[in-house]
Design a protein around this ligand. Structure first.
Ligand code: 4NP
Length: 158
């Protein structure tokens, strides 16, 4: 079983969406017994809350149900537990690496857009303070990155 953890700042917009998009692709390919997913935030501001209403609305239009509740990344557990710890932007990457000062888990920390195949995005931009287009952009990038991530994981399992 490969365990994937998606990480963004608040765990109410980008990473719960990444989790839902990835789960849809996992289910489609019947890989539920090979890959599991979770998501977390660098910050615990929204811990226990469901995903942002705007993000939920845009995700639902594409058939994704955002069901996870926000939680904060826990370096004492999550670095050991997960095989892929995937940040959405450079700040997330910096913050994750800062919690692993010796670089013990450096080979598990990935930037989401590093898996993109078609959309040449540098990061998954934070949509929180923007408009509708930002939420659509997040879903477009995540769809592409999750295809690449699924390929990466399944190839490494062979
Ligand atoms: P996320 O978006 O990191 O994609 O979940 C944000 C959610 C909340 C805040 C910032 C970004 N916030 O400032 O509360």
């Amino acid at each position: 079983m490969k365990k994937v953890l998606f990480v963004c700042l608040g765990n109410i917009c980008r990473s719960p969406s990444a989790e839902a998009v990835m789960n849809a692709k996992i289910n489609e390919k019947k890989l539920e017994h090979e890959i599991s997913t979770d998501s977390a935030g660098i910050m615990g501001w929204h811990a226990g809350e469901p995903a942002d209403q705007r993000m939920q609305k845009h995700a639902e239009k594409r058939g994704y149900n955002l069901t996870s509740l926000s939680r904060q990344f826990d370096p004492t557990v999550d670095f050991e537990k997960f095989d892929y710890i995937i940040g959405m932007d450079h700040e997330n990457m910096r913050d994750l690496r800062a919690m692993d000062p010796e670089g013990k888990y450096a080979n598990k920390i990935y930037l989401m857009t590093g898996f993109n195949k078609n959309i040449p995005a540098d990061v998954v931009p934070d949509p929180y303070y923007g408009g509708a287009a930002g939420f659509e952009n997040v879903l477009d990038i995540l769809d592409d990155a999750c295809d690449g991530l699924l390929q990466e994981i399944t190839h490494n399992e062979e």
